[in-house]
Ligand binder design. Structure first.
Ligand code: PLP
Length: 389
């Protein structure tokens, strides 16, 4: 088996499994005042400190959530509601068109239900938002912008955004910028303080931690309107009993990701380059998606468009040979849709139907690359003979 879908989820690290398993056997609600509660609270706070240190943040800036989707929704909707409440003129939301659906659909929901005017920022052929584009959008009327949201790195084509420069522009106008760093964390240097962001999303299961745990890093001056009401456990911004086992394992995985990031980037980046070379050798007209410069893309990402092919056919033919990857695009009611990310880069609809994303991770080996190298030529030939429906 060659598992090449680490961007969807990556295997939990053994040390994270051990940490989580140990905590599952411990009783205690971190909000309880008795000894068991205080023990759980200590575990949570130690994990929070460790996670914050890995992300260049202060512990008080970490709001635990149930994952990337919730963090994205809290940032986008919560900041929108808070900014609009403070100034009803602030209803414009600036977003990149290549965001994950957790951001994109939240933004579109605000437009449909909450009077937001959404403006999608232009991107280049690699799916990158340029700081000048953000500046131009803000300058059209700096007084009506609620927030801006641009992901740190794209989950489909791997392009890394100039987050620091974008945050500089946003700060100049006092506009909160949120970045979804779900894919960037563990692959590039993600430092919340140095980035200048107002808010940043991270998720546990993309870095070797458990599913269903994430965090929104949030500057102390921001108080988004909560999505969930209840006990107000996390800064009164997020309610719900804290998941001590998942938080502990998330912190262990984050520590591992931070300590091994440079080696990971070098080793996995080299494997990824081999994979790109192999695919291009087998299918000379395959088109690499995203930034061809390794410095401009996630080290674990290789994304291709294969002319004349249906992405789903490629995926299933590879799956039949034990190679697991992704098309990167969404499926609506069983009908394959070209990816909004690939379309936003200017790729035509027909070509955008034949995409595949190979994403590597901490268990990837040269054997995985060799499996793709051997399979991809014949698989593309078969998919081409089936053609586009
Ligand atoms: N944002 C990005 C960029 C992602 O890749 C994902 C997961 O696919 C998410 C958000 C959602 O995160 P989660 O699965 O933790 O809800």
């Amino acid at each position: 088996m060659a598992y090449l879908d680490h961007a969807a989820t990556t295997p939990m690290l053994p040390e994270a499994v051990r940490a989580m398993t140990a905590q599952l056997a411990v009783t205690g609600n971190a909000s309880s005042l008795h000894a068991a509660g205080r023990r759980a609270r200590r575990t949570v706070e130690e994990s929070r400190e460790s996670l914050a240190a890995c992300l260049g943040a202060r512990p008080s800036e970490m709001v635990f959530t149930a994952g990337g989707t919730e963090s994205d929704n809290l940032a986008v909707k919560g900041l929108y509601w808070a900014r609009r409440a403070a100034d009803p003129a602030r209803t414009r939301v600036l977003a990149s068109p290549v965001e994950h659906h957790a951001v994109l659909d939240a933004v579109d929901w605000l437009a449909e239900h909450e009077g937001a005017r959404v403006e999608y920022l232009p991107v280049d052929a690699y799916g990158r938002v340029h700081p000048d584009a953000l500046r131009a959008a803000i300058e059209r009327d700096p007084a009506d912008v609620a927030l801006a949201t641009v992901m740190w790195a794209n989950n489909e084509i791997g392009t890394i955004m100039p987050v620091r420069e974008l945050a500089d522009v946003a700060r100049e106008f006092d506009i909160p910028l949120h970045a979804d760093a779900v894919q960037a964390f563990g692959q590039v240097d993600v430092d919340f303080a140095a980035s200048g962001l107002a808010a940043m999303t991270v998720s546990g299961h993309k870095i070797g931690g458990p599913y269903g745990i994430g965090a929104l890093l949030l500057g102390r001056q921001y108080a988004p309107v909560p999505l969930l009401h209840g006990g107000g456990q996390e800064r009164h911004v997020r309610s719900g009993t804290l998941d001590t086992p998942a938080i502990t394992a998330f912190a262990v995985a984050a520590r591992h990701a931070a300590e091994h990031r440079a080696t990971f980037a070098r080793e996995v980046g080299a494997l990824r380059d081999e994979l790109i070379t192999a695919v291009r050798a087998a299918v000379p007209d395959a088109i690499l998606g995203g930034d061809p410069d390794p410095a401009g893309r996630l080290p674990a990402n290789a994304h291709f468009s294969f002319p004349g092919c249906e992405g789903d056919s490629l995926l299933l033919l590879l799956d039949a040979q034990g190679i697991e990857c992704s098309t990167g695009s969404a499926c609506t009611a069983g009908v394959a849709q070209p990816s909004h990310v690939v379309l936003a880069t200017g790729t035509d609809r027909e070509l955008a139907r034949g995409t595949l994303r190979f994403s590597l991770g901490h268990t990837s080996t040269g054997a995985d690359v060799a499996a793709v190298a051997a399979a991809i030529g014949p698989v593309v030939e078969r998919a081409r003979s089936a053609g586009l429906s």
